[in-house]
Design a protein around this ligand. Structure first.
Ligand code: ARG
Length: 260
């Protein structure tokens, strides 16, 4: 009898503990007191975000550091969720994440669906191709197959180019796939932002690239939030402070190694 009671008691304790765990790991509560924020990203974009296989698949990068820094100052912890880039806006709209850091550019179209912080990093469009392919200017793309990440501003750029220089546009969900397609000879070129392209060029010596400079900030990155999120202003205020006190610059030097 005594045994049964002890067993029952420990069972109840386990159930209770499990239930407690259930609620504490739930970060979608509506009481406004959540301490863990979910950040969605597309971890195919070094050095912004990538999966570090030598660290057991840990997602790391500039955006992760920036998110942890800002959220930490506001008393939150960050949980990272990896998704395809083309699903991020929908992820915010459907409440799957509290914010997105994914090197995402605030375009007028996206602003209809989500809110953005100020820009935290600016970049340019880079056109990658195999060395010796003879693709050195936009004009050289004529008739070529050009790869882009699905749903990115680079895809929009390709469509724009296609209005004056006819090209064949191909899309993929992940940036490394674009690189592989060029190496395999299926794509002649791909459009990737320069800060990310640089890393791939260093690792793939058979590739080269050229940039085109457009309006400043055209390819800049900002943090995205669901419309009317209370976090937008809070995050933006911290971002402003980090710009002013040099903390942001430190992260830029850490991950991009250069000045911006
Ligand atoms: N800046 C570009 C855009 O907003 C590309 C960002 C891609 N980011 C990524 N994590 N794959 O469309």
């Amino acid at each position: 009898m005594k045994k049964t009671i002890t067993l029952l008691a420990s069972l109840m304790l386990t159930v209770g503990l499990l239930a407690a765990c259930g609620t504490s790991s739930q970060n979608n509560n509506t009481s406004g007191d959540k301490k863990v924020l979910t950040m969605a990203t597309s971890a195919d974009y070094p050095p912004f975000e990538y999966v570090n296989t030598s660290k057991g698949g840990k997602i790391e990068g500039f955006d992760i550091d920036l998110a942890n820094a800002i959220a930490g100052k506001l008393g939150y912890k960050v949980q990272v969720k990896d998704m395809d880039f083309s699903g991020l806006i929908e992820g915010l709209k459907s409440g799957q994440a509290d914010f997105v850091l994914a090197g995402m550019t605030p375009t007028p179209q996206r602003k209809q669906n989500v809110d953005f912080s100020d820009i935290y990093y600016t970049a340019q469009y880079m056109f990658i191709s195999k060395k010796g392919s003879g693709i050195n200017t936009l004009q050289d793309l004529k008739g070529k197959t050009v790869g882009v990440q699905l749903g990115s501003i680079q895809e929009a750029k390709a469509k724009d180019i296609n209005k004056t220089i006819p090209i064949k546009i191909e899309d993929r969900n992940r940036i490394p796939d674009l690189i592989e397609e060029i190496k395999a000879g299926r794509f002649d070129a791909a459009i990737v932002e320069d800060s990310v392209a640089k890393g791939f060029l260093e690792k793939n010596k058979e590739l080269t690239g050229f940039t085109i400079s457009d309006k400043a900030d055209e390819a800049g990155s900002a943090i995205a939030f669901p419309k009317n999120s209370k976090l937008t202003t809070k995050f933006n205020d911290e971002l402003k402070k980090m710009k002013a006190n040099g903390e942001l610059q430190k992260l830029i030097v850490k991950w991009f190694g250069g000045v911006k």
